[in-house]
Design a binder for this molecule. Sequence first.
Ligand SMILES: C[S@@+](CC[C@H](N)C(=O)[O-])C[C@H]1O[C@@H](n2cnc3c(N)ncnc32)[C@H](O)[C@@H]1O
Length: 295
Amino acid sequence: MIRVYENEDITKYYIEFRPKYQDCVVEEVLRFCNENRASKTDENRQQVMVDVACGSGQATTPFQKHFENIIGVDVSPNQIKEARLANDFENISYKVGTAEEIPVESGSVDLLISATACHRFDFAKFFKEAKRVLKPDGCMALFSYAPRVTPMNVVDPIIREELADKATNLLLKYHRNPTDEQSNIYCFGKYQDIYKKVPAKNKKWIKDGLVMKYDWSLSQLLGYLRSNAAYQEYMKMMKEKNKDASEDEVKKWDRALMLRDFIKREWKMKGVNDDNVMMRADFSVFLVLANKLTV
Ligand SMILES: C[S@@+](CC[C@H](N)C(=O)[O-])C[C@H]1O[C@@H](n2cnc3c(N)ncnc32)[C@H](O)[C@@H]1O
């Protein structure tokens, strides 16, 4: 279970900097639901969706208009507090709870989703819970993403892609979790191993083709990196190993600062304010879709 999101500072980063899922993802998930629903009387609106490990609602709210009732569940009370503060919708509510003990009634859910989180679940317990809460024709969608950053100030496409490759490689290196290699294998493998694990009669793995596109500044990218569990766990590990380190020493291993220096040097943006270093941030989404669970 990821417990780095308990702290209020981190949950504030989270709500400010994590991308919300775009329509292309919602549409892909709903297409699978509609193909596999027993009752097709109302194609556009189903009854109940649950988003487990919802954070502050990044994947919850994009589904708002497609369900009568949506419940976001997260183990972190602070994530739930932020989600509730940001919630403008009467049909969305948030609860503290876990993916392994989902706080909803058996057989009540049309769609169960989990975004950028299930790679840390206890799968044996989670799949049993998923089967318990889903309606007989209910569907499950597990998804996450991989980022790519491309400079906006470079005209030559070959140079632009080379600079994008270099910065993205470093960003992805910093996405590797220092304490949980299994979650790295799941994420860098685009959830293929999770797809294989899902016990379902009907399942589908979408590994590419869905890209969410954002225009970001370097400040936004650094906020995003700082909101990552891998970054937080690395900083915690380094601070524990170097208990007497001064602030200046901490800066030397701060991966957000290292990424900032690298990008500004490589992209020839030294001296430019972080807010004015603009980039295209593409998030390539991979999904595991399933129904008729067999546990
Ligand atoms: C990387 S965030 C993802 C948040 C959001 N779904 C998104 O896509 O941005 C992971 C979240 O999972 C929550 N979490 C981790 N393990 C959990 C579990 N077993 N049950 C419920 N929540 C969990 C954490 O508290 C955190 O808010």
